[in-house]
Design a protein around this ligand. Sequence first.
Ligand code: ZN
Length: 345
Amino acid sequence: MIEKLDKIKNSSLDIIAKINSIEELQDLRKDLMGKKSELSEVLKSLGSLEAEKRKKIGIKATEMKNLLIEKLDEREGYLIDQKSVLEEPLDVTRPGDKVNSGSLHPITQMCYDLNDAFLSLGFEVYSEDDISSEQFAFDNLNFAKDHPARQSMDTFWLDGTEEKSGCERLCLRPHLTGGSVRYLLEHGAPARFVYPGRVYRNETTDARHERAFFQYEALIVDKNISFSSGMVMIQTILEKVFGRKINVRMREGFFPFTEPGYEIDMECLVCGGKGCKVCNHNGWIEVMPGGVIHPNVLKSANLDPEEWTGFYINIGLDRLVMMRYGVDDVRLFHSADLRFLKEFK
Ligand SMILES: [Zn+2]
């Protein structure tokens, strides 16, 4: 009986060592361990043996069974390892697979960079609905009743509200500035916040005009905010965005919601101030209107103009992006031409 067990063991170990697939190994496991296996036959026959012999052979058979299980498991582990290696052979010299990935549009990237710059100065990012009203788009901002911007040729008024006025006469916001009064009414002063977003103009589109475009506006309201505070704010922001000092100049400008208002120019980075197509050959490019908040706007926001002052800037995202990359045609950024946009990854 012992000899028979040894014979089974040796032949089983031989077969296990030669198995080369997991499927074959599973079949073999059934053959060697199943109820009809030779080993099971031996174990079944133990009952007819005398006690001592039964014990001796029983121990031997159990040891053998454990050994075969161990060898089967070992072989299975080896085959699993081999299988994964064989299916995906590792070739360290093979070039990596190219992963297609998108990227932020340069204008979006600029918007995020401005957010970071303003957040670092303690500003909050605020957003308002795209639908505004005559009250917030014009009345609160000191626009004269007959101001041409109120006309339907400039502003998209919503159907069904033509006969109404104030907060009930609705429009797509023609600029962001209305959001400034809404924020101040909600939060009071002092305040410093930016409010980027899309604005809408009822215009015929051409190379320089779009019906919808992005603006980026910032307002700081506090006691003793002066022209020079505004200038420092602008220079700080431009320095953060461009990573170096940028020359800035201010010219007189007129906007109903400012007193005084300014046109703010930065040196043209496309030509380095020498003069080029982008800057109309004068070395400066207008990047943002701005100015000191008009007392009437503060009153609209329930703030006392004797106590509070403030400074607006409205940043032209397109212009800053042109300056950042030295690109001289703004239409390229709106072209949705992937060959161009992929350059900014
Ligand atoms: Zn230039």
